[in-house]
Design a protein around this ligand. Structure first.
Ligand code: FES
Length: 320
């Protein structure tokens, strides 16, 4: 965590969504589509969650970044932000990061967003409007109710000054969710060089099975790991620097286990991207990769793990 953010302005988009601007403590480098990880203290524990930038301004001093947060079921941090984010709130955050960014080789772009997936895409469309106003872009925005859809009014206003932007709003309350055939027909008609999709797992799975030109994807939900096949019986982690041994009774990520036991582990993206949580261990046989198996090479994995996307099924010492 390296930036201190101070909230300067909030906009209640609806009962369950807030958009907030934050001033940055020092200059940042950001690309449209990237995310930051916030450290949010709630009830004596700091929770880290990633949020895409829905806009940023790195021209002005101090630099400013904006996030748009929607209430979600069991979303402890998002729900806290919706309820408590107001001017003056300060939070620690990571530098912007991520690879879900504009394809500089594309001459036409097609975007599909649903729910909070609109955040990075809104930033990308602003970038196109500002720096590539002659580049055609189509947006399919899948919403539950058009009246309360986050950032929709702003995007419609943008399309006035950026007429190459065409927005199609798909209101699921009236016409249901689009199926694969409907999505395919729409995207085929748009003939974009590069496609971008951000939204719930089911949408991303559907779009990724379509035959499309270049496709870039971003899941906005934290990874939900399946621990069913992990047998933690007898497993234990000794955090050697903290001199704590934790017997594992229920499989969790090593990062969650460490945090729940008051052991500080650097982290940021919590999804295998940033490598902030890379730690040395002494037993590759005990490490179970839940996802992002390719984030480290096989050679590296003999000695290192990423705490955010591994758990243990044996005894292991971790240097932390
Ligand atoms: S926190 Fe980013 S890779 Fe683990």
């Amino acid at each position: 965590m390296s930036i201190t953010l101070t909230c300067t302005q909030t906009l209640r988009e609806s009962d369950d969504t807030v958009t907030a601007w934050f001033d940055c403590s020092h200059p940042v480098t950001a690309k449209a589509g990237q995310f930051i990880t916030l450290a949010v203290p709630i009830e004596n524990r700091v929770h880290q969650r990633s949020y895409s930038l829905s806009a940023f301004d790195t021209e002005r001093v101090p630099n400013a970044v904006r996030i748009t947060v929607k209430r979600v079921e069991d979303g402890l941090v998002s729900n806290w932000l919706v309820d408590h984010c107001e001017e003056g709130l300060t939070l620690q955050a990571s530098e912007p990061m991520g690879n879900f960014t504009l394809d500089s080789d594309a001459k036409t772009h097609a975007f599909i967003a649903a729910g909070s997936g609109i955040s990075p895409i809104a930033a990308m469309l602003q970038e196109l409007a500002e720096h590539h106003p002659n580049t055609p872009a189509n947006l399919l925005y899948i919403v539950r109710h058009a009246k309360t859809a986050p950032l929709l009014t702003e995007l419609k206003t943008l399309s006035v000054t950026y007429p190459q932007l065409q927005i199609k709003v798909w209101d699921t309350a009236t016409i249901g969710r689009p199926n694969a055939l409907q999505l395919s027909a729409l995207l085929t008609a748009w003939e974009a060089d590069t496609h971008y999709v951000c939204g719930p797992e089911a949408l991303i799975d559907t779009v990724s099975k379509l035959t499309l030109n270049r496709l870039r994807m971003e899941r906005f939900n934290a990874a939900v790991y399946n621990f069913e096949t992990v047998k933690p019986d007898g497993a234990a982690i000794t955090f050697s620097e903290s001199q704590k041994t934790i017997e594992i009774t229920e499989a969790e990520t090593i990062l969650d286990l460490a945090e729940a036991n008051g052991i500080a582990v650097n982290s940021s993206c919590r999804s295998g991207v940033c490598h902030e949580c890379k730690l040395r261990h002494n037993n590759p046989e005990a490490i179970v990769w839940l996802e992002e198996e390719n984030a480290l090479t096989d050679e590296e994995k003999k000695e290192y793990l990423l705490a955010c996307c591994t758990t243990v099924a044996g005894k292991v010492d971790i240097a932390c």
